[in-house]
Design a protein around this ligand. Sequence first.
Ligand code: URA
Length: 240
Amino acid sequence: MEERLQKKIAESGITSRRNAEKLIQEGKVLVNGEVVAKLGTKVKDKDEIIVDGELLEKQSYEYYLLNKPRGVISSSSDEKGRKTVVDLIETEARIYPVGRLDYDTTGLILLTNDGKLTNLLTHPKSKVPKTYLAKINKVLTMEEYHKIKEGIVIDGRKVKVKNVKIKKKNPNNNTSFVEITIIEGRNHIVKRLFESLKIDVIKLTRTNYAFLDLGTLRSYEYRTLTKDEVTRLYNYVRNK
Ligand code: URA
């Protein structure tokens, strides 16, 4: 990943962006052993940067894909002392979840300490598709199905639905499973969408996020993302 030298220095926390610019212009910054006195020079993650005699620690990023269980909150701390998704991952790094799943929603959630990727993925303009499997308290009618497909308006904005599929109907106990792919990140959006049709969501699971899926991960299980997956996520949001 390439970044402007002064931004990279400021992000490391050793000094402010303004002071970093001053130090660069004064010739006090070395990149791979050479003085770089030009502002805006692009540097890579692997470059060795020395600022006024001090070596910049290379930030190492961690990326996890968790199959979130019910009854766990999607944040890094909770004032009520409830278990968080971060508590489920064994790491020393200060990771946090990318976006949110409700307390009672299960499934795929990413965690990382890479703020830049998090911002890109959660930005309202990023069009990352997320697929959910919803168990609802009725058998969906074709009329309801088409309403969802065409886009239901919530708070004055159409919910961007990419796909809807009725996966299973249980007329005996009057429930069904609906798979829905949404290209936005408003809170409780799936529940609110069904609620607008007077339908209750009994269970909700996120099965996919961009090109990622849960694979064979069971509830509570997690894995790290591969380098290739991280690069693909960056490209995914940048090429939108
Ligand atoms: N939509 C919801 O209603 N809840 C979630 O947790 C995610 C999407």
